[in-house]
Design a protein around this ligand. Structure first.
Ligand code: 28F
Length: 643
């Protein structure tokens, strides 16, 4: 095409060079292989609105996911300036949208402490979008510009009058760049909630309008991170009266800490640097932990009864159980670990953080003497429980020496095959099912472990209770490994197919869920290696004249009935495995040639993992509220779930 004057102007050359750099190696700027980069596209745009909020000019941001995964972000800030940029000789709006890192530091003096510091700027979002539109409401007018893969379609246009001010950006990620362009509501929900509590008072709305009715959520934490911790502490049962909050500065580090101890055992600590979440912690967290342990031990020393109760010092682990905490630091030259960018690595921050925390935490505890006692009691309890768990674990692993004649649990009907790769273990519920499974199986390579009652919900119990539960001890011993990684590595897993075979009724489903919770939480390597299966016994035996068939789903049943006619079909619904005779159980559910089993998929994508973790915690954990909401939101699915 003939060269026009626009192709030669220096601005356009700069724009095209920038686009080429980004589109050639997008991975340098934003991940494009998994969904994290796709979601970062949203955060890059939102970060500019956050900056406008931090500059004191924007109180509300709205993020909408429109059909076909188009994203719209709008804020009620001042609106990106549209005057002609002194150097680029085009509208400032076009400069912000097309020049790498142009809009970043728009408050020259104050270093940016919102996400934008690590952000790549909205110009990268533009380059990686099939199209992007910017609409600015400013000085009583509306201005507009559209881009295609980062190239302006036309100069900025004045489109009409406006009574408000702010910026709206709409874009469609380029599916030539991104492997998937399907946004995950949960991922956006988590990050936007974080942005809201890190910017107290800022209102952020999230609207998912891809399906009817639209899903939406509004975030606003007037109390910022204190309010977030307050909400968590109330849900989880707070152990002391006042939320612990302090902030401090040491050299160029600014730190804000909010914490509360609760009854739950899990530790829930979130770290942020300049508004960016550090999922892998870093030197700020190390400094915080070191100082928290030392400070609590100092208080312990002053209390004779407590000291006697514990008989020693609190360890770093002892002060972590039940701790809910947000650590938010601001640092002008924050450095992150190369791989994940999720870990703060500035070495000097550890010492700076220790100084801030020991000063400010001691001050808080001096000013609120009533708070320290319940906290110390909690830490002593967790120390004692850890001790008990260690003893119980040693006992189980000592007994684990099955091959050294440590003795198999009585109920286990083992198989004669010794090669784990060829051996299968069926975990069945109750002795009647256990009986027919033992008779029906191939004893050469199939072992049966009948469990009597319901096994413990491991999300609600501490390790020492878990290890003292008979069913679990039996199961762990039969499998031949201990808990978690260490148990798995040194253990000798005796079967490479562990098959949960419970009844097709609600009780069976509950036991299956408890077993799955146990395996996910305490034997993750076994799941991730794909050793865990769920047997699929038939739901019905259908007979019509001489023809008899098993049905494994309701619509298989309906098909049979339709084919053979309602009146001539006899339907037997299997309530439990015990209703089948051994041969039937063998041929329908246990015979490798005929059975259909569900393999419990190893979790390979952190986003899925996080959701599964969270779903387990919600469904099986000890917080009632989230479970109620989950069931409310998913009642339809739950009801239809063919458990
Ligand atoms: C939906 C995305 O991007 N909001 C933004 C502003 C406001 C200003 C600004 C942005 C470049 C170099 C200044 C307005 N008035 N939402 C957004 N809101 N950028 S991005 O300035 C960028 C210019 O210096 C703004 C006065 N100062 C700054």
């Amino acid at each position: 095409m003939a060269k026009t004057s626009k192709d030669y102007d220096p601005h356009m050359i700069k724009v095209l060079k920038g686009l080429e750099a980004v589109r050639k190696r997008p991975g340098m700027y934003i991940g494009t292989q998994d969904t994290s980069g796709l979601h970062k596209m949203v955060y890059e745009v939102v970060d500019n609105s956050i900056d406008e909020h931090m500059a004191g000019h924007c109180e509300a941001i709205v993020v909408r996911v429109l059909p076909d995964n188009i994203i719209e972000v709008q804020d009620n800030g001042r609106g990106i300036p549209v005057d002609i940029h002194p150097e680029e000789k085009v509208s400032t709006l076009e400069v912000v949208m097309t020049i790498l890192h142009a809009g970043g530091k728009f408050e020259k003096d104050a270093y940016k402490v919102s996400g934008g510091l690590h952000g790549v700027g909205v110009s990268v979002v533009n380059a990686l979008s099939a199209w992007l539109e910017a609409e600015v409401h400013r000085d009583g007018k509306v201005y507009y510009q559209k881009y295609e893969r980062g190239v302006p379609v036309a100069p900025v246009k004045e489109k009409g009058k406006s009574t408000k001010n702010g910026t709206i950006v709409r874009f469609k990620p380029d599916d030539e760049i991104f492997t998937t362009t399907d946004y995950k509501y949960g991922v956006l929900h988590t990050r936007l909630e974080e942005m809201a509590f890190l910017n107290k008072g800022l209102r952020i709305g999230l609207f998912d309008e891809r399906k009817k009715p639209a899903k939406s959520e509004n975030f606003m934490f007037a109390g910022g991170i204190q309010e977030l911790i307050q909400r968590k502490a109330e849900k989880r049962g707070m152990l002391h009266k006042k939320i612990i909050y302090f902030e401090g500065q040491k050299d160029e580090l600014m730190a804000e800490v909010c914490m509360a101890y609760t009854q739950t055992q899990s530790e829930d600590v979130m770290c942020f640097t300049n508004g960016i979440r550090n999922a892998d912690g870093g030197t700020h967290l190390e400094g915080f932990r070191a100082s928290l342990t030392r400070t609590l031990n100092e208080y312990l020393k002053k209390d004779e009864t407590m000291k006697k109760k514990l008989g020693g010092n609190l360890s770093g682990d002892d002060v972590r159980e039940g701790l809910n905490c947000v650590i938010s630091v601001k640092h002008p030259e924050a450095q992150f670990s190369s791989q994940t960018k999720e870990k703060l690595v500035n070495a000097e921050v550890k010492g700076q953080m220790q100084t801030i925390v020991s000063d400010r935490l001691s001050l808080f505890l001096e000013e609120n003497p009533g708070e320290i006692k319940p906290i110390l009691e909690r830490c002593i309890l967790s120390s004692k429980a850890r001790e008990a768990a260690r003893k119980a674990r040693e006992m189980v692993t000592k007994r684990k020496g099955i091959l050294e004649g440590g003795g198999l649990p009585g109920k286990l009907a083992d198989c004669s095959e010794k090669d784990p790769a060829l051996s299968e273990l069926f975990i069945v519920e109750g002795d009647s099912a256990g009986g027919s499974a033992k008779q029906g199986r191939n004893r050469n390579y199939q072992a049966i472990l009948p469990l009597k009652g319901k096994i413990l919900n491991v999300l609600k119990a501490r390790d020492d209770q878990i290890l003292n539960n008979d069913e679990i001890k039996t199961l762990v011993t039969a499998l031949g490994i201990g808990f978690g990684e260490e148990g798995y590595e040194n253990g000798k897993l005796r079967y490479h197919k562990i098959i949960i075979m419970t009844d097709a009724d609600i009780d069976g489903a509950h036991i299956r869920t408890l077993l799955l919770t146990f395996f996910f939480k305490k034997m993750r390597p076994l799941v991730d290696n794909g050793y865990l299966y769920i047997a699929q016994p038939p739901l019905f035996l259908l007979k019509s004249g001489k023809v008899s068939e098993y049905a494994f789903t309701e619509d298989q049943r309906d098909k049979f009935v339709k084919k053979h006619g309602e009146e001539k079909t006899i339907i037997q619904r299997y309530k439990g495995l015990g209703e089948m005779n051994p041969e039937q159980l063998w041929e329908t559910t246990m015979d490798p040639e005929q059975r259909v089993m569900l393999k419990v998929q190893p979790l390979d994508e952190s986003a899925i993992l996080e959701n599964v973790e969270r779903t387990f915690d919600v469904l099986m954990g000890d917080e009632v509220e989230p479970r109620r909401r989950f069931i409310e939101n998913n009642a339809l699915e739950v009801a239809n779930l063919d458990l």
